[in-house]
Design a protein around this ligand. Structure first.
Ligand SMILES: NC(=O)c1ccc[n+]([C@@H]2O[C@H](COP(=O)([O-])OP(=O)(O)OC[C@H]3O[C@@H](n4cnc5c(N)ncnc54)[C@H](OP(=O)(O)O)[C@@H]3O)[C@@H](O)[C@H]2O)c1
Length: 281
């Protein structure tokens, strides 16, 4: 597709930052909630008419998975109403919308990786609100890409690798080893998105770090890549209860164009650790 000017919403988040770095050769307007609250339709319309982008990349979302259980309204505002507003407003001016979703739309009951045609069945309010957002995008603008990703992390973001590396100063860390997913380094996702936009094969895509692992093995890989000796103890989910239920097995795979597959998740670990400036223990 011929794209010169992009609007990135949720630009201060992990993915927003990675997309800005990826599309540095484009004319990019990068706005977060202070400049544009996607929950307000008239603001979205006004912003699009003012900016006149060729495409919108929506990296904005309410991502506090556990808080969503008790704050339904905030979750649906950010994850369903916001995407609905963007879909309507982009459709009105005839431009495509790229929207991001999550492995949490699945219930995790499968024993093989989830592809794009598997049936969602979210367990949590966050997952339900994200699925509602996907449906609104599908209804509101036929020229859409919905990109489902998983276990996203980026230098400086609020994410598992940063937390677990900081915890490495403890004698031992206890990490869940019965939940499986596809760790995704945000710059790898942003690269794959730019390849996706070379075509106009609109639809839903799974783009996540290739392969799957548990939080426990993810931790071991992060520590090993950083030369950290801290003992890692595997524990079941039942020993680390959280308000929002997580899918037990939500490894993502794609049946779509294999040329846009992300590198193996282990490469994400290597690239992230190479950038990490935290304490080396
Ligand atoms: N993080 C993961 O592990 C993960 C996994 C799978 C899929 N995803 C999906 O990937 C996408 C990006 O996630 P991320 O980790 O980059 O999220 P993030 O770091 O939490 O960034 C989201 C950004 O959107 C902003 N925002 C929230 N509500 C908004 C609104 N109404 N209008 C405009 N901006 C708003 C947030 O601002 P505040 O910080 O001020 O709220 C934040 O800057 C989301 O669609 C998410 O559901 C994430």
């Amino acid at each position: 597709m011929n794209i010169h000017k992009l609007l990135i919403t949720g630009a201060q988040g992990q993915l927003g930052q990675a997309l800005q770095a990826q599309f540095v050769d484009h004319e990019v307007v990068a706005w977060d909630i202070q400049e544009l609250d996607i929950g307000q339709l008239e603001h979205v319309r006004k912003a699009l008419n003012h900016i006149r982008p060729d495409m919108v990349l929506n990296a904005a979302a309410f991502t506090q998975v556990d808080q969503a259980e008790t704050n339904h309204e905030a979750a649906y505002r950010g994850n369903a109403l916001g995407p609905r507003n963007l879909a309507l407003a982009t459709n009105e001016i005839g431009i495509p919308l790229v929207h991001f979703s999550t492995d949490y739309v699945f219930d995790g009951q499968q024993s093989r990786p989830y592809h794009e045609f598997d049936r969602p069945n979210p367990l949590s309010v966050y997952g339900q609100s994200k699925l509602a957002g996907e449906e609104e995008v599908q209804k509101g603008n036929p020229r859409h890409f919905i990109v489902r990703t998983s276990w996203l992390y980026q230098l400086g973001g609020k994410n598992f690798p940063q937390t677990i590396l900081r915890l490495a100063n403890q004698k031992q860390v206890r990490v869940v080893n019965d939940q499986f997913g596809s760790p995704t380094f945000a710059p790898h996702l942003a690269q794959a998105v730019s390849r996706l936009l070379e075509s106009d094969a609109f639809g839903t895509y799974h783009l996540a770090g290739s392969g799957g692992t548990s939080w426990y093995d993810f931790t071991k890989a992060l520590y090993q890549a950083r030369g950290i000796q801290t003992a890692v103890m595997p524990i079941p989910t039942s020993e680390y209860p959280l308000p929002a239920p997580r899918p037990g097995y939500a490894v993502l795979t794609s049946l779509q164009d294999p040329s846009i597959t992300l590198p193996p998740w282990e490469e994400g670990v290597r690239d992230f650790v190479a950038q990490w400036k935290g304490p080396n223990l």
